[in-house]
Structure formats: structure tokens, C-alpha cells
Design a protein around this ligand. Structure first.
Ligand code: BES
Ligand code: MN
Ligand code: ZN
Length: 501
């Protein structure tokens, strides 16, 4: 299943494909490949444009069966907007619309001259990477729980990215591979996240980790159960799990792509498989979406899969604290005080601030791997949606160069983050009259006070925190997981490995 990608050079007029895809700009300007077809076919494209069949706005498509003097069975014209306005977002929209049109057309296979489009500030390898990842993203479907899924009869199965000159192929293979790997990683993250919470339990995530390890020799997986966590003193994590029948798990995955002496990067993903809020119960509206409270965990799975698919020469540890947050008779109460694995005493003033509790112990546990860097990923605060909406992840950290590298990876992967500050003035909001500190910060800046809480458990590690509450899934008509921030994480790890440059 899925699309197979390859890259080739060749003249558009001579391609024997089920469909060839070329771009058309606004104001009847043709891309290089479109101009070549137009010339060979006595101006058939120019004629269409003069007649007004296609304006060339970004993402418009027009499928032409039996184009004149062309060996391909069909030609798909895709609008690319004004040439000078062609940026990353426009490019992704062009690719998305082209992929959707191809998937519906029944062609099964296509040769697309889209990586040739001149995207402002982006080179050919980047365009190959982005076109691949974007196509996978566009064609993703989650049909596991549909009795009669409405999938096309002949979906797109093979995509060949075309460049006209052979010497341009140089350097595109690693980009293609990174695009494929990122697409596969994001799809896994989306599958796990979309799975309903009666199926996707902490035990289910632990089994999925084992499955991942079985299929990928460079990945190993194991998990700790409640008893082992009790022995380690993980009472912050265990407090969250008290009100549910579902046993908690601490999942540990390792990807080994480099020498064992190379210190790993650690990814720690919040895996709350359902967040009812606990005794501090959430309101009923949209509570179903709290199945997505394990999207941080899902992105760790996705990033590890991407590393393995691309064979990135890095070592990565994935740590996933997996719990369900429910209001049972033994559930943690507001006012309870627990001792974390790090020995700090926390007053739980709101049982709905559970993500930071499980991440606290998971971060302490992660110290034993002596990671070069640790990044936690969590759907942590509704306040992050207020601050940044659904476009950028919230990013905080204790090391400017790590924050800078993550911001850059986000821009390269079209999966952007934005830095928020940490500071003593915010940290002080966590004070508690009874314990060392509370699990919520009084007052405003909820995303930052949550970051401050986590920072207290990062210890001496170089640490960063991604709040993905606004970016990990979409609500409304197109409800579903986005697979973010798998592209950012994968690119960050690829950059660390100095892999494609
Ligand atoms: N998982 C939620 C955060 C969340 C809410 C993400 C809505 C996306 C959409 C988290 O566990 C939570 O409940 N946070 C509380 C913190 C508060 C009690 C300090 C929140 O944001 O309201
Ligand atoms: Mn919560
Ligand atoms: Zn939560």
C-alpha cells in the first residue's frame, strides 16, 4: 500500500506515463515542462488558457485526456499562482491538489514535473523532499473502522518526480529518501492517534512499540509495568493512572543508527490515551478529542520509524509514559501531594494538569541514558492554542542552540515552531503553601508555567519542550491527526547526522 516514489530525468513530450503533471502560472505563463508540451502539441495548452479553462490559481487542476503529440495518456495541468509568489506553502498546496486529482483520475501512476517549479529560496533537493512528504500526507486515509471505505478503485500507486536535465538529479536521492521516511513516520503517528481510545490504551501502545521493533532491526522496545514504576518511585506518573482500570506503561524504544559511543538524542512523548481530566473533570463538549492526548507519544513512534526508514546515522531513545486519566473511586484528588521520582513533592491542585506529571517522571528516567539532548513533545496546554493557534508548536528550552536548531528544522520541514520564554518570574507562579510546588501555575501564561514545571525535571540535561496542543490534530469537518511534529523531529535528527548535506 501507499505510493512508491522515484526520480528521473527526461523530456516531458517523450514520457510514456499514465499521466504527466505540469505547472501553469497565472496570466497564462507556462512552466518549463508545460511550455515543452505546448510547443510539441501546437499550442494546445496556450489555447486552453486563452479560452479561460484554467486561470492558474494555486491548486487549480485540469485533467486532459488524449493531449496532442504527447506520449502520455493524460496531462494534468496544475495552477501555480504568480511565479514570484511561489513559496513553500503554495508549493505544498500545488502538490496536495495534484496528488488528490491523480488519486481520483484512475491513472494509478504519474510522472510529475513539480520539483522543477522555482520555489523561492528552496533548492531542488528540498523540493523533492517536500513533494514526496506532501504527497504522502495528502493521500493519507484512516479507514480501519469503516465498514465500506470510499477509497478510489485505482488509487495513485507510483509517482515519478521528473527533472528535465540529468545533471540535476545529483543530490536528490537522499532528499527523496528523507521525504519517504518522513511520510511513513507521519502516517504511523496519525494511525496511532486516530485509533479510538477504547482500542488505543497504554497496553496497545506498548504492543505497537514491540511491533515496530519486530519490523525494524535497528529498533528495540521494552516497557515497564506498574510494579517496576513503583519501585522507581514514579509517583507523579502513577498518580495520574489511579482512577482508571487501564494499567500504566512506561515504554522505552531505542533506535541505533550510529556507533554505540555516540550519545543519543532522547524524545519523550506524552502518552495520555484518554484525558477526561480526572476528578477535575473536563466539560462534555469535544471530549472525544482527548483521545489525541497521546499525539506526543505518537510523534515519538513516527520519528523513530522515520529514522529507521532513512537509516539515519544517529542514536535515538524514545520514552513514552502511557496512561489513561479517569475519575475512578481511587483517583487522585485535588489537594493530594505526591513525591516524584526526582524526590520533589508536588501538590496536585488540578488533576487535569496530568501531562506534566507523567513527563516529570519520564524526564527523570531519561537521565540514565545520558542523552546529548532531550526533547519532550506533548499536547500539554489549551493555552498554547490561545497563544499560537493551530499553525506553530510552542517551543521552550534551557539551551539557546538547541532551541535554534529545532526552530530551523521546523522551517525546513514546513512544520514550524515558535519560541516562548521561560523565566523565574513565571516559575514563581508554581508556588504551593504545602508542598515544594504545585502542578499548576496560578494566573496566566499557562503554556509557560507548564514549561517551567517541566524544566524543574530536566535537571542538567540540554532540554527542549514542544507544546503541540494546537498542531497535532484538526477539529471540525476534517477531524484527524496531522502527524506533526514528525517532520520537524525527523529533520532535526537528520541535521544532527549531517546526513543530506
Ligand atoms: N491535554 C490537555 C491540554 C489540551 C486541552 C490540549 C485542549 C488540547 C486541547 C491537558 O492535559 C490539560 O488538560 N491542560 C489543562 C491545564 C490546566 C488544568 C492548568 C488546560 O490546558 O486546561
Ligand atoms: Mn488534562
Ligand atoms: Zn492532557
Amino acid at each position: 500500500m501507499g505510493v512508491e516514489y522515484s526520480i528521473k530525468s527526461g523530456d516531458p513530450v517523450r514520457q510514456r506515463a499514465a499521466c504527466i503533471v505540469v505547472g501553469v502560472f497565472e496570466r497564462r505563463r507556462l512552466s518549463t515542462a508545460a511550455a515543452a508540451l505546448d510547443k510539441a502539441g501546437n499550442g494546445f495548452i496556450s489555447k486552453l488558457l486563452r479560452r479561460g479553462d484554467l486561470e492558474g490559481k494555486v491548486g487549480q487542476t485540469l485533467m486532459l485526456p488524449d493531449a496532442p503529440s504527447v506520449r502520455a495518456e493524460r496531462v494534468l495541468l496544475v495552477g501555480c499562482g504568480r511565479e514570484r509568489d511561489l513559496d513553500e506553502r503554495a508549493f505544498r498546496k500545488i502538490v496536495t491538489k495534484a496528488a488528490a486529482a491523480l488519486d481520483q483520475a484512475g491513472a494509478g501512476e504519474a510522472a510529475a514535473y513539480l520539483p522543477e517549479l522555482p520555489v523561492r529560496g528552496r533548492d531542488l533537493p528540498w523540493r523533492v523532499y517536500a513533494a514526496t512528504e506532501t504527497t504522502d500526507n495528502a493521500l493519507y486515509r484512516f479507514t480501519q473502522f469503516k465498514s465500506n471505505p470510499d477509497t478510489p478503485r485505482r488509487p495513485l500507486r507510483q509517482m515519478t518526480w521528473m527533472v528535465s536535465r540529468r545533471r540535476d538529479l545529483h543530490g536528490c536521492e537522499p532528499a527523496l529518501e528523507l521525504g519517504r521516511a518522513t511520510g511513513a513516520g507521519a502516517a504511523l503517528a496519525r494511525d496511532l492517534a486516530n485509533t479510538p481510545p477504547n482500542v488505543c490504551t497504554p497496553d496497545h501502545l506498548a504492543e505497537e512499540a514491540e511491533r515496530l521493533a519486530e519490523r525494524h532491526p535497528a529498533i528495540t522496545a521494552r516497557s515497564l509495568d506498574r510494579r517496576e514504576m513503583e519501585e522507581l518511585g514514579m509517583h507523579a506518573l502513577l498518580a495520574v493512572s489511579r482512577g482508571t482500570e487501564q494499567p500504566p506503561r512506561l515504554i522505552v524504544m531505542e533506535y541505533r543508527g550510529a556507533d554505540s559511543k555516540e550519545p543519543p538524542a532522547a524524545l519523550v512523548g506524552k502518552g495520555v490515551t484518554f484525558d477526561s481530566g480526572g476528578i477535575s473533570l473536563k466539560p462534555a463538549a469535544s471530549m472525544d478529542e482527548m483521545k489525541y492526548d497521546m499525539c506526543g507519544a505518537a510523534s515519538v513512534f513516527g520519528a523513530l520509524l522515520a529514522c529507521s526508514e532513512a537509516r539515519l546515522p544517529v542514536n535515538v531513545i524514545g520514552v513514552v509514559p502511557a496512561v489513561e486519566n479517569m475519575p475512578g473511586g481511587r483517583a487522585t484528588r485535588p489537594g493530594d501531594i505526591v513525591t516524584t521520582m526526582a524526590g520533589k513533592k508536588v501538590e496536585i491542585l488540578n488533576t487535569d494538569a496530568e501531562g506534566r506529571m507523567i513527563l516529570a517522571d519520564a524526564l527523570t528516567y531519561t537521565e540514565r541514558f545520558n542523552p546529548a539532548v532531550v526533547i519532550d513533545i506533548a499536547t500539554l496546554t489549551g493555552a498554547c492554542i490561545v497563544a499560537l493557534g493551530h499553525h506553530r508548536h510552542g517551543l521552550m528550552g534551557n539551551q539557546p542552540s538547541l532551541v535554534r536548531d529545532l526552530l530551523q528544522a521546523g522551517r525546513q520541514a514546513c512544520d514550524p515552531a515558535w519560541e516562548l520564554p521561560l523565566g523565574d518570574e513565571y516559575d514563581e507562579q508554581l508556588k504551593s503553601p504545602f508542598a515544594d510546588f504545585a502542578n499548576i501555575g496560578g494566573g496566566s501564561a499557562g503554556t509557560i508555567t507548564a514549561g517551567c514545571f517541566l524544566q524543574r525535571f530536566a535537571g542538567k540535561m540540554r532540554w527542549a519542550h514542544l507544546d503541540i496542543a494546537g498542531t497535532a490534530w484538526k477539529s471540525g469537518e476534517q477531524k484527524g491527526a496531522t502527524g506533526r511534529p514528525v517532520p520537524l523531529l525527523t529533520r532535526f535528527l537528520a541535521n544532527r547526522a549531517k546526513w543530506d548535506k
